[in-house]
Ligand binder design. Sequence first.
Ligand code: ADP
Ligand code: MG
Length: 359
Amino acid sequence: MRNRYSRYGTALAALLLVLCLFPACGREPVVKTVLVMDTVAQLTARDGEAAAAVDEGIERLQYLDACAGTGAEGDAARLAAAAGDGTWVDITPEVYEMLKVARDWAARTDGAFDVTMGPLVALWGIGTDHARVPDAVEIEDARSRVGWQDLELAPDAPRARLKRPGMSIDLGGIAKGYALDDVRAIFERHGVKDGMISLGGSSLCVLGKNEHGEDWRIGIRQPRGETAQDYLAVLPLTDAALSSSGDYERYFEQDGRRYHHILDPHTGAPAASGLYGVTVVVRGAHAGMTGDLLTTALFVLGEEKGRALLEGTGTDADVLFVAPDPARPGACLLSAFSPDGAPPLPERLQKQAGNVRWE
Ligand code: ADP
Ligand code: MG
């Protein structure tokens, strides 16, 4: 008898050793993909209550889509319906939070990031089947109904109002980032140590390590690549949010010109700041939301004003500016901004593409 137990004991010890040597064994991640928030969301989680975390994460995304999206029951539609009539509209605490943060950044960016862009976004319709180039009168009319100073937020309760008739909000530049932070909190509550929350690849958040026990590897898109898998470079990343904005996400072309979905509130037209795109890496609390709105703001501001904003606000973010290379048609010129003390971004990027030059 004694022998049999000790044999089991030896086998058990050997098994434990194997499990310790190969910690990834038996730790298949739970992965689910859904269409939500106007994009393809993919949630990956390992350890803890991974399946529950992923399911709750998806429910949360669907809930936020209903509150912050463009649907008739959403807060944006209800605020627009009451615009100019003076009544306060009860909104969800989540959208209230987004609006508060958006207002702070509108002030910091001199209105380059402005959630009251609704009239201009609707006029251009970029990304919809009725996208078109409006005339100057239409642009001026829509632009006159944009202005973050005329979005009022009640100080003590989730209520808001738009001061002038015809105003509307558009949360497309902030809602996905807010959602990343929310879903990350759900993952953490469920004990998930390794995971990724990706909202269409252009806004994502990673926790811990990938399935090989290494940092997650995030491809940064070549803005004029043939497919979304054409990368300029790959960035190893852990415990951070990454967001990208560019003129290649949603656009149409007419008479040889590209009209994309990031609009400059000061001109009423697609931002023409000389960039192809911007990628931002942010860590810590609200990383997702900060990264998401920052890429939109930096894309509108362009590199020079963008750098001044980052320095002026002391924003703890790594930024990669991607611009066309004037010396070589079709090639990219990269330049990076890293906060004081951080290892510079170019040293951390694994370069891939040949047609790239660093400034
Ligand atoms: P994506 O949704 O493709 O990741 P962004 O995060 O850059 O892109 O957000 C772009 C969206 O933000 C637009 O589709 C629009 O809804 C909204 N938007 C466009 N221009 C501005 C702006 N200047 N300020 C705030 N939001 C904007
Ligand atoms: Mg963004």
